[in-house]
Design a protein around this ligand. Structure first.
Ligand code: FAD
Ligand code: NAD
Length: 466
């Protein structure tokens, strides 16, 4: 079968690319090695982790916060297997949604493992052992990523696990040791800490979520500490061992002191690697660098002009919405349009409670680049809305150009930060100044008032309520 476009991988990059290709009139096929559509994000990433985050948050609130709201319950119990079953239902519903979208857009779905035969031909190895070959004028590689695991970590999928297994544990860990206090560590560590597990973080850097603005990491650590978590920062793991019913983590702190931690589960969350295994890129000469498929910044073409690559398999943030933007970008590029992605304005969110959300430059990046900037912050505890709900932890920090007042970065930790960051992204797309936002009416009482107040603080230290 001859297609205009063949997409390999049905994650948020691949399936969105396929839909946009079809909208643009291209005859499109999508190849997925698993029977379920949606990739990492839908099956073992964004959606299942948020389902468990929400369930564990309901439980935590019932135990710790209902009483202060005047709600009396009997003994509240967490049923992990029920939470995981519910999570499975959420995922299934959305798998079916993508299958429906493929049908609606007349996209041919091919289940099986895709690999290159030549620059236009893809071989699909199916579960039943059969093979099919299809050709495409254009090919989009959207094969995503897999967890990074180092050999001395002795990953066994039972006690030494990655996020994939942490989303389907059969029992509540007594003591979960989390290696890497980045996004996955913070989110899944929160899930189990809320449900009552002791959680210990072992992190190479000097704080949590170290790639984000330092203020965010410090505030997040305070909140996660309230769940009873412990932290070893500046600590390098050298060995993880499964001792049967326990796991032993051996590490070294920055002074060379040996650290040993015993737990019953160890979650390895030290980043993800692009996944191009067995894709046979060598057959077509597609260039890679440290596993990432190299692409032309202006077109997302690889060095083989009819082959494009998007999402986690290429450079940049490993985020679902970044993959989606690139999916649309490539489809429109193939159609001869001139689309644009503003990579500086792709927001990043950590779905802990409080949530962390950011867009643009961090204070550390502005300092390093020698940019003259000013900063305005506003604490959630000074908000009427936050006081009413009891969600008073957190702050909004706005960084603006010292001379022009243009907003350069917004960093939020607090209730509903994930939704609030949208205002910052929109403002920055239109190159708004801090004063622009501070002169826009914000509904009262809302969490978003903290954004307006932080912009007022950044303008001329004019916050009204602090
Ligand atoms: P993927 O989603 O990885 O999809 C690639 C697909 O290609 C897979 O289905 C794979 O089976 C298939 N495939 C690979 N090779 C072949 C082949 N040779 N033949 C056929 N099929 C193949 N991002 C967010 O933005 N927000 C979040 O809240 C969030 N939460 C996350 C939570 C966790 C626990 C994890 C692990 C990730 C999370 N992410 C989140 C990241 C997000 O999942 C990824 O950035 C996103 O899935 C990348 O999309 P993609 O299309 O590039 O690749
Ligand atoms: P990450 O890069 O966010 O965090 C990894 C952490 O591990 C870092 O803090 C790093 O310093 C630390 N680390 C690295 N090697 C270490 C070692 N040997 N010992 C101790 N610590 C070590 O990666 P992640 O949390 O694994 O997530 C992977 C990707 O998935 C990220 O790129 C992220 O964007 C994406 N993701 C996104 C979301 C979201 O958007 N909410 C949620 C989960 C995952």
């Amino acid at each position: 079968m001859q297609y205009d476009v063949v997409v390999i991988g049905s994650g948020p990059g691949g399936y969105v690319a396929a839909i946009r290709c079809s909208q643009l009139g291209f005859k499109t096929a999508i190849i997925e090695k698993y029977n379920a559509m949606g990739g990492t994000c839908l099956n073992v990433g964004c959606i299942p982790s948020k389902a468990l985050l929400d369930s564990s948050e309901h439980y935590y609130n019932a135990v710790h916060h209902f009483e202060e709201h005047g709600i009396t319950t009997g003994k509240v119990k967490a049923d992990l297997s029920k939470m995981i079953e519910r999570k499975g239902g959420v995922v299934k519903k959305m798998n079916d949604g993508i299958t429906y979208l493929m049908k609606k857009n007349k996209i041919d779905v091919k289940n099986g493992f895709g690999s290159f035969v030549d620059k236009n031909t893809i071989k699909i190895a199916k579960e039943d052992g059969s093979e099919e070959q299809i050709t495409g004028k254009n090919i989009i590689i959207a094969t995503g990523s897999k967890p990074t695991i180092l050999p001395f970590m002795n990953y066994d999928k039972t006690r030494i696990i990655t996020s994939t297994e942490a989303l389907k544990l059969q029992e509540l860990p007594k003591h979960l040791v989390v290696i890497g206090a980045g996004v996955i560590g913070a989110e899944l560590g929160s899930v189990y800490a809320r449900l009552g597990s002791k959680v210990t973080f072992v992190e190479f850097a000097d704080g949590m979520i170290p790639t984000m603005d330092k203020t965010m990491g410090k505030e997040l650590q305070k909140s996660i500490k309230k769940l009873g978590a412990e932290f070893y920062f500046n600590t390098k793991v050298s060995l993880i061992e499964n001792l049967g019913k326990e796991v032993k983590i051996t590490a070294e702190d920055k002074d060379g002191k040996k650290v040993e931690i015993l737990g019953d589960y160890c979650l390895v969350s030290i980043g993800r690697r692009p996944y191009v295994d067995n894709l046979n890129l060598e057959a077509v000469g597609v260039a890679t660098e440290r596993g990432k498929v190299l692409v032309n910044e202006h077109t997302l073409q690889t060095n083989v002009p009819n082959i494009y690559a998007i999402g986690d398999v290429v450079r940049g943030a490993m985020l679902a919405h970044k993959a989606e933007e690139e999916g649309v970008f490539v489809a429109e590029t193939i159609a001869g349009q001139k689309p644009h992605i503003n990579y500086n304005l792709i927001p990043g969110v950590v779905y802990t409670w409080p949530e962390v959300a950011a867009v643009g430059k961090t204070e550390e990046e502005l300092k390093a680049a020698g940019v003259a900037y000013k900063s305005g912050s506003f604490p959630f505890k000074a908000l009427g809305r936050a006081t009413a709900s009891g969600d008073v932890d957190g702050l909004v920090k706005v960084l603006a150009d010292k001379n022009t007042d243009e907003i350069l970065g917004v960093h939020i930790i607090g209730a509903r930060a994930a939704d609030m960051i949208g205002e910052a992204v929109t403002a920055m797309e239109f190159r708004a100044s801090a004063e622009d936002i501070s002169r826009i009416s914000h509904a009262h009482p809302t969490y978003l008032e903290a954004m307006k107040e932080a912009c007022l603080a950044a303008t001329e230290n004019r916050a009204i309520h602090s």
